[in-house]
Design a protein around this ligand. Sequence first.
Ligand SMILES: [Zn+2]
Ligand SMILES: [Zn+2]
Length: 337
Amino acid sequence: MKAVRWHARAGASLDEIAEPILPSDRAIIVAVEACGVCGTDYEEVQHGPKVIPVGRPHPLTRRMAPLVMGHEILGRVVSRGARATQPVGQRVVLWPQIPCRDCPACRAGNDHQCPRLGALGLSADGGFASLVVTDERNAVPIAEELPLDRAVLVEPYAVALHAFAQHSPIDKTVAVLGIGSVGLALVETAVALGARRVIAVSRSTDNLKAALRAGAEVAVTAEAMPVHAADLAIDASGAADAMTLLAHALADRATAVIVGVRSRVVPAPIWEVFSRELSVVGSNGMRLTEFAGAAAMITSGRLAAAPRQVSRISLAELPDVLRSGPAPGTKIVAVPD
Ligand SMILES: [Zn+2]
Ligand SMILES: [Zn+2]
């Protein structure tokens, strides 16, 4: 089958690879209907390796580059192991994370914090292919009638739900920095959950327009951002100056949430954090339960999940797009032939 694989520093290419086989009796094979391209994918191709293991296998999946990329996967079950219960033919979205399911974190329900956590498309073959194999417990059924363009967006909305599960946006002024897939999902989810108002901050005018459509009351560049106004400020940009912008955005004693990271170390305005008693917390990925919650909210229409132009491309077009990045304001979705 055709698949777009990441090859260490040589970037990504369209390769002919063997079709997957069922590795366990709870595994399923899913025919990919569509797979979203997210910031992590561009980052991995343009500046990687960041997450994909090179030269040393991932401790849980035992896999390393070359790997099939893609972790925002919508598809249909086409075969299953002897003990799997997902019906063949079921349309599903895939929770991309791969936990060990056996450590204290996993047993406590914090499967997203498993110390050996892997992910489809990053430490196991992902969805930029005709077929993908996964444990059936990663598959969340999704309604047939939900349009592809919305069904494929569950993952970024689940990232948003996870952040707000820990830091409620209800009746708060919420600032969102960086309006990509996750930033837009944060804006829309904050509004849906009852934020008093949402401030969106981005360099791209197209993305700012999308943020307004998603329900932001204010959509501005960093220079025009209201200062010391937010009760909750969330960074989805991973920019080097993110900590400084978050501090400017926050009211005294308010909380900054980090959901996107590009560099392991960035400068922080430690005096402001200290003197104005700011909190800085992380929110990493999402639990399976939150992924299922996002799928349900999109299915019910509580989240419209449609503020941005979705543009569909073939797997053959994907390697170039991964190298050059998306057009501003566009979400790229790969659709296998
Ligand atoms: Zn993603
Ligand atoms: Zn675990």
